[in-house]
Design a protein around this ligand. Structure first.
Ligand code: PAF
Length: 277
């Protein structure tokens, strides 16, 4: 398992594999590797001959007052976790992705505008810009993203289509703890009490989807869910909506092409999740 820090080295490694007729899959991460990332890496290994995992905490996707400084940086543990989970061919851990005078960004529109785009206006510009740059540093055949960050996946797909990027995007279903909590690096911020409460998010989403499938009107099912989450002890709900998958706009009628999406606060930790119907 090579650990590379320089752009020139990872471009060379990727191109050398491809010149031998091998395919390459990129797994972009911000490190703090958990079972969710290991599932992505394992799917990547099945999808391509070579797997590159990038580890970079991207400052451009954090807003003022967000957790950029406290975000866990655990490169040695991450390399060990990846090796123990079956390994990859190269870990790309650049020190920085931006030159001092960096002045160009990609600002996605469309599926990037609602939900996270509305509440964290800097976020998808930061994500799209760094992912585009990663696609240049690692000109892979495939890249894989988790469905937990469903809107991010949609934004990347839109960017690849709109900018004619020659890469195939793969998705992986959300990996959950036994009690239903979606795996996320931000779960480490939860206190014992908050961690006990957190699985209620997915339970509530399952209850909502069951009600919707039974024909309960969306506005009623969603209102009831929000009330229950508030009385269970969740501090603030940024959104808890039924949305259609093509444009991520809210909808009233549940179909196979809709999901419940939520962003919710537990103390100072913001968790996001989504649930298919
Ligand atoms: O999902 C993440 O961890 C990040 O948003 C990504 C895709 C690695 C870009 O920094």
């Amino acid at each position: 398992m090579k650990i590379l820090h320089r752009k020139a080295d990872i471009i060379d490694a990727t191109k050398a594999w491809q010149s031998e007729g091998e395919t390459v899959c990129l797994v972009p991460t911000m490190g703090n590797i958990h079972q969710g990332h290991l599932a992505l890496i394992s799917k990547a290994r099945k999808s391509a001959n070579r797997v590159v995992v990038s580890i970079y905490v991207n400052p451009a996707q954090f807003g003022t007052g967000e957790d950029f400084d406290s975000y866990p940086r655990t490169l040695n543990d991450d390399c060990a976790a990846i090796a123990a989970g079956g390994g990859c061919d190269a870990i790309y851990a650049p020190v920085s992705m931006y030159e001092a005078m960096h002045a160009t960004s990609i600002t996605p529109s469309g599926v990037a505008l609602p939900m996270e785009g509305q509440l964290r206006p800097h976020f998808f510009t930061g994500v799209a810009t760094v992912v585009f740059k990663l696609f240049v540093h690692i000109p892979a055949d495939f890249a894989i993203f988790g469905e937990k960050d469903f809107q991010q996946l949609a934004v990347i797909r839109q960017m690849v289509k709109d900018l004619d990027i020659n890469i195939h995007i793969l998705a992986h279903p959300t990996i959950r703890e036994a009690d239903g909590l979606a795996l996320s690096s931000r779960n480490y911020y939860l206190s014992t009490k908050e961690r006990r409460l957190a699985p209620k998010i997915y339970k509530q989403m399952q209850e909502t989807t069951a009600l919707l499938k039974k024909g309960v009107e969306a506005s009623i099912a969603l209102k009831q869910a929000k009330e229950k989450l508030h009385s269970a002890g969740f501090d603030k709900i940024d959104y808890y909506d039924l949305r259609q998958l093509d444009d991520l706009q809210p909808c009233n009628r549940p179909t196979e092409n809709s999901r419940v999406f939520t962003a919710i606060w537990l103390g100072s930790t913001r968790l996001i999740d989504n649930c298919a119907l």
